[in-house]
Design a protein around this ligand. Sequence first.
Ligand SMILES: *Cc1c(COP(=O)(O)O)cnc(C)c1O
Length: 363
Amino acid sequence: MKFREVLDNIKIYEAGKPIELVVREFGINPQDVVKLASNENPKGVSPKVSEAIANSASKAFLYPDDSMFELKDGLANKFDIESSNIIIGAGSDQILEFISRVLLEANDKVLMSAVTFAMYEVYARQMGAEIIRTNSYQHIVDEFVDGYKAHKPKIIYICTPNNPTGDATTKDDVLKIINSVDKDTLVVVDGAYMEYASAKDKKYQITPNDIIDYENVIYLGTFSKAYGLGGMRVGYGIANDNIIKALHKMRPPFNITTLSLLAGIEALKDEEFVTDAIALHQQEIKRYEEFAKDNGFNYIDSYTNFITYIFDDNMSSTDISNKLLQKGIIIRDLASYNMNAIRVTVGTQNQNSRLFEEFKEIL
Ligand SMILES: *Cc1c(COP(=O)(O)O)cnc(C)c1O
C-alpha cells in the first residue's frame, strides 16, 4: 500500500521507556525501577484527585460533558479570562495537532528553535509543511525575527520553558518575537512547564492574559506535569475566540474521558499539591546541580521539572543511558536531538539518591 508521501519524512515519536520494558528485559523488580524519563510528577497524583476519580469510577459508562463547562470555568477563573477563550485537548499535544490542521497546507513553513519539543515537527510534517529551525536551542529574539523574515512561516513555536533543554525565555523576549511578526503567522507559546518557571523567576512567567489580546497568539498549558496527571491526558489552549472556534472544527466529540475531565476539575481545586510539588522539586534539583559540578560535567540551568546534563567527548550520553537502564534507571538520552546530553526528570529524594549512586558507579 502506498501511504501519503509526507509520512516518509516522519520519525515515529520515541516516548520515554515504560517501567514494564525494564522489568521484561532486565528482570528487575518493578518496585526497583526508577523512571525519570517522561517529566512526570514525582509526588504522583493529588490524593484529592485520586479519591474523586475512584469515587466516580461507576460514571465511566457516561460520555463526558462535551462542553467541558466546569473545567473551562475553573481555568477561566484561574487565569481571569473567558471560557470561550479555551479549548480542552487530550493533552496539549492534541491542541498542537489541531493547530497544524487548521493552518498548514503542503509546503507551508513552520519555525522553531534548534532543539525543542519533538511533536511540533511531527504534526507539521503530517500536513506536508517544511521545518525551519533557528541555530540555537535557546529562543534568541534575533534568530526568530531573521527566520521569520526569511521564510514567512505560518506558525512559530516558542517552547518556554523549553523541552528537552530546560532553559526558558523571558516574557520580554517572547513579546518581542510576537510583536515582530504579522497577524497571519500564529505564535504558539507552549507553557507546559510554566508553573516551574514562574516559581523560580517571575521574569519568565507568561500567563494567558499576557497574550489573549493578540489576534495571532495561542497559549498552551497542561495538567500532565505540575498537576500530576500525565496519565489522564488533559491539556488546554487559550486564545481569542476566532482561533478557538477554528480549532473546535478539528476537535472530535468527547475528546477527553469522563474521568479525565473530572480529574482536571478536581486538580484545579488543589493548588496546594502543585505548590508542594514545586517545593520538593526546588530542593531536589540543587542536588542535581551539585552532582554535575562534583563530577565535572555541565548542566543547563533548568526552569522545568527536569535537568539536562551535557557531556564532553570523553563521555557518551547513549552509553550512560544504556548503563543506567540496565540498573533499572530510566532517563532520556538526547542523542537523537544531536546533543551529547541526557535529560533527567527530578524525582523524589529516594529516586534521586538511587540515580546518583548508580551514576557514580558508571563513572
Ligand atoms: C509534556 C509536554 C507537552 C504536552 O503534554 P501533554 O501530556 O500532551 O499535555 C507539551 N509541550 C511540551 C514541551 C511538553 O514537554
